[in-house]
Design a protein around this ligand. Structure first.
Ligand code: PAN
Ligand code: ZN
Length: 195
């Protein structure tokens, strides 16, 4: 390959997806969040500690191609949230606002089911359903968290402005206005006492 067409120069490139399984075959990075990285996020802290003691399972993974974190570029990847519950509460991502707050994001659901919980810092909130083929539009300024309610991983493909960054802000303390539980196969969305 010509030296000028290396990845470093960010020439056009290709990411290879298996849409059937929702896999990116050639990611540059993989982020893994275990139960032990989720302290403070679930309602039942004791159930989380028990889960950590029983083997600290993976809650979600994020696979990305590396692009410059600069205005003009687009960051994209696959987010994979595993099935499971913590005291009945469905496995979920931590959730964040974007550090550059006026940047949106799209999430296209490829496999599995769940919800995108969203909120504004003024107290407004929204919930959208993830089903294969559903695309959730997260407008600028909205904090967002994915929740898996299926018995298989919730897999989404996302794209956002590469300069956006992450701001975990009030989310660790406040959570989102609702929590998603699954008990005896039944999904329930309930108000969050903390949120
Ligand atoms: C995604 C998320 C990813 C993990 O890439 O970062 O799903 O979620 P947390 O960052 O909340 O742990 C995204 O929304 N980026 O903006
Ligand atoms: Zn985001």
């Amino acid at each position: 390959m010509d030296k000028k067409s290396t990845k470093k120069d960010l020439r056009p490139f290709m990411a290879d997806f298996d849409l059937m399984y929702g896999i990116m075959r050639n990611p540059d990075s993989q982020l893994v969040r275990l139960a032990s990285s989720m302290r403070g996020h679930y309602a039942d802290e004791r159930a989380l500690e028990e889960l950590i003691a029983r083997g600290d399972p993976v809650h979600y993974e994020v696979f990305e191609k590396t692009v410059p974190q600069k205005k003009g570029h687009l960051q994209f990847g696959i987010s994979k949230t595993y099935p499971g519950t913590v005291g009945g509460e469905c496995f979920m991502t931590k959730g964040h606002y974007h550090a550059v707050a006026d940047t949106g994001e799209v999430y296209l659901c490829l496999r599995g089911e769940g919800y995108m919980l969203m909120k504004l810092s003024n107290g407004d909130s929204a919930v959208e359903r993830f089903l294969p083929g559903n695309m959730v539009y997260v407008p600028p300024f909205w904090g967002h968290r994915s929740v898996c309610t299926s018995d298989e991983p919730l897999i989404t493909f996302y794209v956002y402005p590469a300069e956006a960054g992450h701001n975990y802000g009030d989310i660790e303390k406040e959570g989102f206005p609702v929590r998603v539980f699954k008990r005896a196969g039944k999904v329930e969305i309930v108000p969050n006492k903390k949120g």
